[in-house]
Design a protein around this ligand. Structure first.
Ligand code: HEC
Length: 117
């Protein structure tokens, strides 16, 4: 009986530890983030791209892409900046809503926090 209990305790400990190390790369949770970029995303982008940027289909049938997973249409900083500033293919332009600095921050947010690059 003692041996079984000991085994359960040890096995449980190992599983618990494995759980700590095995979580893989942490997913950036927009809803939990206090970063300025995350709040800009919640205010300006979530309506189309979804609260966690996983993409969605709008009521008019427009398909809005997942910003976390490729293949990406816009890859370089310039392409992403240009797309956020000028919009196109169903995305609204943000050059009059966001400052240049804010658009730059969103480029970094997409690449670093969402795409993990
Ligand atoms: C009106 C709905 C709408 C809003 C609001 C919107 N988007 Fe988009 N977004 C789209 C659509 C539709 C596309 C696909 C455009 C295309 O295929 O060229 C897109 C594409 C993108 C892409 C390119 C994805 C790729 O494949 O490379 C990025 C990056 C992006 N949006 C970021 C943002 C950010 C950041 C915001 C907020 C500042 C935002 N979007 C707000 C609809 C929207």
């Amino acid at each position: 009986m003692f041996r079984i209990k000991l085994f359960v305790i040890i096995a449980g400990g190992i599983l618990g530890l494995a759980g700590c190390f095995d979580s893989g790369p942490k997913k950036f949770v927009i809803a939990d983030s206090k970063a300025y970029e995350a709040s800009l995303f919640r205010q300006n982008c979530a309506i189309c791209h979804g609260p966690e940027a996983m993409g969605r289909t709008l009521e008019d049938g427009r398909v809005v892409p997942n910003l976390r997973e490729g293949p990406y249409k816009y890859a370089t900083d310039e392409q992403i900046y240009d797309h956020i500033a000028n919009g196109g293919n169903g995305m609204v332009p943000f050059r009059n809503q966001l400052t240049e600095r804010e658009i730059r921050l969103m480029v970094g947010f997409v690449k670093r926090d969402l795409r993990g690059k």
